[in-house]
Ligand binder design. Structure first.
Ligand SMILES: C[S@@+](CC[C@H](N)C(=O)[O-])C[C@H]1O[C@@H](n2cnc3c(N)ncnc32)[C@H](O)[C@@H]1O
Length: 297
């Protein structure tokens, strides 16, 4: 049974947890719901999705309490899309946050979604990993939702997805603990997998971090880097987009001049983990060495 005293209520009434290992809250104090909407779902520009697409697919990395997935489904249900089905692959290493899914969905803002899940996929409310399908009434009729909730370390799961899901995701929501606490989850090598997993013309990765090491890693992988508006954090987050054939990008905001300058400097040296097996201390040490070599003071 979930441990109620570990739950914190954020300013918008939604819930968050404190991680026992890093000491970080899962969300900023402005609110888990607000953060999911403003930092992850709105930057994906769902109304701008190709109108004729029949199936949409998203990867929710570090599912936690599930706010990013649930807010994404809420917002998709408001749109008049031609899509008939939505596939969400979600990755979460630890079973504990899943035990709070029923508390998260008790929020009135999820009422419609909760009813569908209760009727068609009640095991999800019990906090289980697995494959779940349910329908969701949307602006355009009934949407079929397929949620695959995978247990595992994202450094193992993401490279494995390349064999089955290359070029299939419209969006990737990247939400681990901060780069300072978990640099192994913010490496150029992981982001290169993301680039391969994205749908070719319009796929995008969204994350709350604005760290130069993170932005430069996306850029070095061939993704165009944009800024997302600030919520909670002062500097906003990051949208990394596969450029369209004509090179135009309509989503997100351009980086400020000082942000671009930083990418080419010491702060822009990325975290690296070619084998997906290094520990965080080794990753940080090797980055510091690369910084000293490239930018001797
Ligand atoms: C910031 S929280 C994510 C919040 C979540 N997106 C939500 O909406 O509630 C980070 C999550 O990453 C999970 N996590 C930590 N290390 C991981 C790893 N190596 N692979 C996958 N998940 C991990 C934690 O258990 C935690 O649930």
């Amino acid at each position: 049974m979930a441990d109620a005293e570990e739950l914190h209520v954020t300013e918008d009434g939604s819930l968050t947890l404190k991680d026992e290992i890093t000491g970080e809250l899962y969300h900023n104090r402005a609110g888990a719901f607000t953060e999911a909407l403003a930092n992850f779902v709105q930057p994906l520009n769902l109304p701008g999705l190709e109108a004729e697409k029949r199936q949409l697919a998203f990867l929710d990395v570090c599912f936690g309490l599930g706010y990013n997935t649930f807010v994404l489904l809420n917002e998709l249900a408001k749109l008049k899309l031609h899509a008939e089905s939505i596939k969400i692959v979600a990755v979460e290493k630890f079973p504990k946050p899943l035990l709070y899914i029923s508390s998260v969905l008790a929020d009135d803002r999820f009422a419609k979604l909760k009813r569908s899940i209760e009727e068609e996929a009640p095991e999800l409310l019990a906090g289980k990993y697995g494959q779940f399908s349910f329908s969701l009434s949307a602006g355009s009729g009934n949407l079929k939702v397929e949620l695959e909730l995978l247990q595992g370390d994202l450094r193992e799961v993401v490279p494995q997805l390349l064999s089955s899901c290359s070029g299939c995701f419209d969006g990737i929501l990247h939400d681990p603990f901060s780069p300072r606490r978990a640099p192994e989850l913010w490496t150029i090598d992981l982001f290169d997998c993301y680039r391969k997993l994205l749908i070719s013309s319009s796929g995008k990765v969204v994350t709350y971090s604005s760290a130069s090491a993170v932005r430069s890693a996306f850029s070095l992988c061939g993704l165009s880097v944009r800024r997302t508006p600030a919520v909670g954090g002062k500097s906003g987050g990051t949208l990394a987009v596969l450029p369209s054939a004509d090179g135009t990008i309509s989503d997100g905001l351009p980086l400020h001049d000082d942000e671009i300058t930083k990418l080419a400097g010491r702060a822009g040296v990325p975290y690296r983990d070619e084998t997906f097996s290094k520990n965080s201390a080794q990753i940080v040490r090797e980055r510091e060495l690369e910084q000293r070599l490239k930018f001797p003071s």
